[in-house]
Design a protein around this ligand. Structure first.
Ligand code: NAD
Length: 490
């Protein structure tokens, strides 16, 4: 039985520094449950002082514990144990995640926790697999490129997938020998604290992974600017990413990995296959986590002949969807994170309709969920390319529908002027799929599927306003190392 009583879960609420939960007296921020809007805890606003404590301890312990210099296999073994403890702790960790985030408990237990543990295992395996390079230099000399950890990495995560986002940041950074100071979103702060505690239980030296709580503007910004931070790994909105890129020039030039927003197209050709099956794929692509996924496929671009059958199936799927609190085993559909997000979804749909959009399904909040913001899966048609619902990342379960006649027109509609995170291409013709793949300005192209698999070897990252650098894959590990050039004369 996975259902639980949300008022009966106990947890720590402060920072986690040097292997200890700490309760600072810095200003407090109230945290609410998305499912029913109830305020259930507070976190500190750690600010400049709290960040300084965490970063200084991370730098001291990184060196004194030998984490940066120990054998990479030793680091890998500790990360493997951490992944095991995460799975063993699933019952409690899963409740923390489902209580405070938009992820229903069944989804957390079946997907989020195994996915988090596996990401850490992937990076445990990377620890001793990548070397530097020997460089062809003059006679009687030897050139080398030697990778080494940066030092302390700042990780800043969003609220939509708190556990897996933390694993994507901490896994590669720790495996490469860095220390990490992580600031989770102030909206979903608690499961990350438990994750860090489990790391120390697994043998990670205390102080090598510290968690600081607080808002982005005060605590997040102080973390990015701290002089001992040597690299910043961020996932969140494009606006915040731009601010972080500028702040990373303070106190030394810090490399940044930025995983940002998206407005991803799903391009469906007439020969894509069974409309019922394609509709399921499209539906999952824009409603998973209530549409609050950077990779959400929120722009359906559909060839005219297949449109009527596909839309009939999509409308039925939208109508069948039922909301349910995230702590109930039967719940499958996520609430919006809070009223601010709810109001944003509502006003963008209104604006889209003023600009000519028509609602084909959904379009409003579920009637009987007055406290939580559960939004009906929504189909918007009659939208031009410059309609706000086509251009803006709504971050809710809203799919715009546009039509095309020929391949060129379809690909042109699929391009976005700002975002380039992902794209789905659905066709049985290899040549059409390959031409679309080559043309699309997207960091990831999925052909005849939509969404990530468990293949951690495939990196993820956006083009243009969707970001810089990659999470996952070998690339994320290598981005956590700086390269030292060495030239020896014999
Ligand atoms: P957000 O940008 O508001 O916040 C993300 C994190 O940054 C939070 O921890 C926040 O406290 C912090 N932050 C905010 N301002 C900051 C500042 N000035 N300095 C330092 N830190 C700051 O994003 P969100 O609303 O939490 O998350 C939703 C966004 O994240 C969406 O745009 C979504 O597309 C994006 N996202 C992208 C990916 C990806 O892999 N590309 C994955 C998940 C989410």
């Amino acid at each position: 039985m996975l259902s639980f009583d949300p008022d009966n879960v106990s947890f720590c609420t402060g920072n986690y520094i040097d292997g200890q939960h700490t309760q600072q007296n810095y200003g407090q921020i109230e945290v609410s449950r998305p499912s029913d809007g109830k305020a259930y805890a507070t976190i500190p606003e750690s600010g400049i002082d709290g960040v300084a404590d965490a970063v200084e301890i991370a730098e001291t312990k990184r060196i004194s514990s030998g984490w940066s210099t120990c054998s990479p296999r030793q680091r890998g073994a500790i990360l493997h144990r951490w992944a095991d403890l995460i799975e063993e702790d699933a019952a409690y960790l899963g409740q923390l995640e489902a209580l405070g985030s938009t992820r229903p408990i069944t989804d957390v237990i079946n997907h989020e926790i195994p996915f988090t543990a596996e990401a850490i295992r992937f990076y445990a395996e990377c620890a001793d697999k990548y070397s530097g390079d020997l460089l062809p230099t003059r006679k009687d000399s030897l050139g080398m490129l030697i990778p080494e950890p940066y030092g302390v990495v700042a990780a800043i995560t969003p609220w939509n997938f708190p556990l897996s986002m933390a694993s994507w940041k901490c896994g590669p950074a720790l495996a490469a020998g860095n220390a990490v100071v992580l600031k989770p979103s102030e909206l979903t702060p608690f499961s990350t604290l438990r994750l860090a505690e489990l790391a120390v239980n697994a043998g990670l030296p205390a102080g090598v992974l510290n968690i600081v709580q607080g808002s982005g503007l005060t605590t997040g910004s102080a973390l990015v600017k701290h002089p001992l931070i040597r690299k910043v790994s961020f996932t969140g909105s494009t606006v915040t990413g731009a601010q972080i890129m500028s702040d990373a020039g303070f106190n030394g030039m810090k490399p940044v990995t930025l995983e940002l927003g998206g407005k991803s197209p799903q391009l469906v050709f007439n020969d894509a296959g069974d409309p019922a099956e394609i509709a399921q794929r499209i539906f999952r692509g824009f409603t998973a986590n209530g549409g609050q996924a950077c990779v959400a496929g929120t722009r359906l671009i559909i060839q005219r002949d297949i449109a009527p059958a596909l839309l009939d199936h999509l409308i039925v799927l939208c109508q069948q969807c039922l909301p349910g609190n995230t702590w109930l085993e039967t719940s499958r559909y996520s609430p919006l994170i809070d009223s601010r997000q709810g109001n944003k979804v509502q006003s963008l749909i209104r604006q889209s309709c003023l600009e000519g959009g028509e609602i084909l399904a959904g379009g409003k909040r579920f009637d009987h969920t007055e406290e939580g913001w559960f939004w009906q899966p929504t189909l918007l048609t009659s939208v031009e390319q410059d309609n706000c619902a086509v251009q803006e990342e709504i971050f809710g379960p809203v799919l715009t529908v546009q039509y095309f006649d020929d391949e060129e027109e379809g690909i042109a509609l699929a391009q976005h002027r700002n975002y380039g995170l992902c794209a789905g291409v659905h066709t049985q013709r290899l040549s059409v799929a390959m031409r679309a793949m080559q043309s699309l300005n997207s960091g990831t192209v999925w052909i005849n599927r939509y969404g990530r698999s468990g293949d951690f070897i495939i990196p993820t990252g956006g083009f243009m306003g969707s970001g810089i650098g990659k999470d996952l894959g070998r690339q994320a590990f290598q981005a956590c190392q700086r390269q030292k050039s060495v030239l020896i004369d014999f």
